[in-house]
Ligand binder design. Structure first.
Ligand code: ATP
Ligand code: MG
Length: 330
């Protein structure tokens, strides 16, 4: 069976970008593959976190995974920090990754601009921890949004470099990026991706936003000064983003959507897209309320799944340690 690994950071409340670009595509994979879906809490430490909030968000993210349709009986749903092999492999891979490679990462450039007062080494080596996450489980496929493509390429390069020196050790993973929805843009600055850590809350729609907030945010979405509803990322990024969201939510093609809205107003488009998102989110929100209220159950799932993941991770880590010359503990 092929193996899948992916994760989301508990760095804030999840947006419809995280859902349409990532989690939604994880659900069907559960039927065919061996899947590991991780709450990547260590990654959030690149930005200063409030401890109590981080704990709460980590547990809620597990509940949200389940509300979106991930099933802890079919997939391994776990917390990154519960499996220490992630940190251990990350250190080793740090020593196989070049500064020059990391310097090219656009996410580092973006985030170090936004967090200018805390440009820490973790922010810089983030892709190495991500490589460790993936390579530990010998994942074949990694479902991600467009913004993570560059990081997956580094993962492949580092794995390949290691394999060339020490012989076959890591499976070289492939990115799995959806055709539509891979890059949902900010509703306020449609040149930027929608991000859960944006300061402007009109820029994103959260999976858990109540109906009136969803509608309000779509009504305020930035469009442009002409009135034509057509897909053109270059010249009409706002309108194109609304069309992509609608396409990803409903499964309708871009050209069918252009026909549907021929001669209609931007107001109409926003209303219809907003409504389709509300309908998509409704059942997820209901299930979230059920799952998130049973903390005991969530903690039990984390415990059981961490054991399974740790067992798999240990195999790869031991192999790596042996190959590079670390003495096994007797
Ligand atoms: P942060 O701002 O803290 O980095 P984020 O919204 O980028 O938060 P991540 O946890 O970094 O979320 O990413 C989780 C997954 O969601 C990744 O696979 C990423 O590619 C995907 N993703 C994030 N933003 C979008 C987006 N706007 N459109 C589509 N996919 C996205
Ligand atoms: Mg991100």
């Amino acid at each position: 069976k092929k193996r899948i690994f992916s994760g989301v950071q508990p760095s804030g409340n999840l947006t419809i970008g995280n859902y349409l670009g990532a989690i939604k595509n994880w659900i069907p994979l559960q039927e065919e593959y061996e899947c590991l879906y991780c709450v990547v809490d260590l990654h959030t430490l690149t930005v200063r976190q409030k401890p109590a909030e981080l704990r709460q968000r980590s547990l809620n993210l597990l509940a949200l995974y389940m509300a979106c349709g991930l099933d802890p009986k079919k997939s391994i749903l776990f917390l990154q920090s519960h499996v220490s092999a992630h940190s251990e492999l990350a250190w080793i891979l740090n020593c196989f990754t070049y500064m020059g490679e990391l310097n090219r990462m656009t996410q580092f450039k973006d985030k170090s601009q936004r967090h200018g007062d805390n440009i820490n080494a973790g922010l810089f080596t983030y892709p190495v921890l991500m490589a460790a996450d993936i390579l530990l489980y010998q994942a074949d496929l990694v479902p991600i949004g467009q913004d993570q493509k560059q990081h997956l390429e580094i993962t492949r390069d580092v794995a390949d470099r290691f394999n060339n020196i020490y012989g076959d050790t890591f499976t070289i993973p492939e990115a799995f990026i959806p055709k539509i929805g891979a890059k949902i843009m900010s509703l306020q600055e449609p040149e930027k991706k929608m991000s859960k850590s944006d300061e402007n809350e009109n820029a994103f729609v959260l999976i858990l936003d109540p109906q009136d907030a969803v509608m309000r945010k779509f009504k305020r979405a930035i469009t442009d000064s002409d009135r034509e509803i057509r897909y053109d990322e270059q010249n009409k990024p706002g309108v194109s983003n609304l069309i992509s969201i609608y396409s990803s939510v409903t499964g309708k093609s871009i050209s069918d959507i252009e026909k549907e809205f021929e001669g209609r107003s931007y107001g109409d488009l926003k209303e219809t897209v907003g409504q389709s998102v509300v309908e998509m989110l409704n059942p997820i929100q209901q299930r979230f309320n059920e799952f998130s209220s049973d903390k005991e159950q969530l903690n039990l799932i984390l415990k059981e799944n961490a054991e399974k993941a740790a067992y798999m991770a240990r195999k790869t880590l031991s192999k790596v340690q042996r190959k590079i010359g670390l003495l096994p503990r007797g």
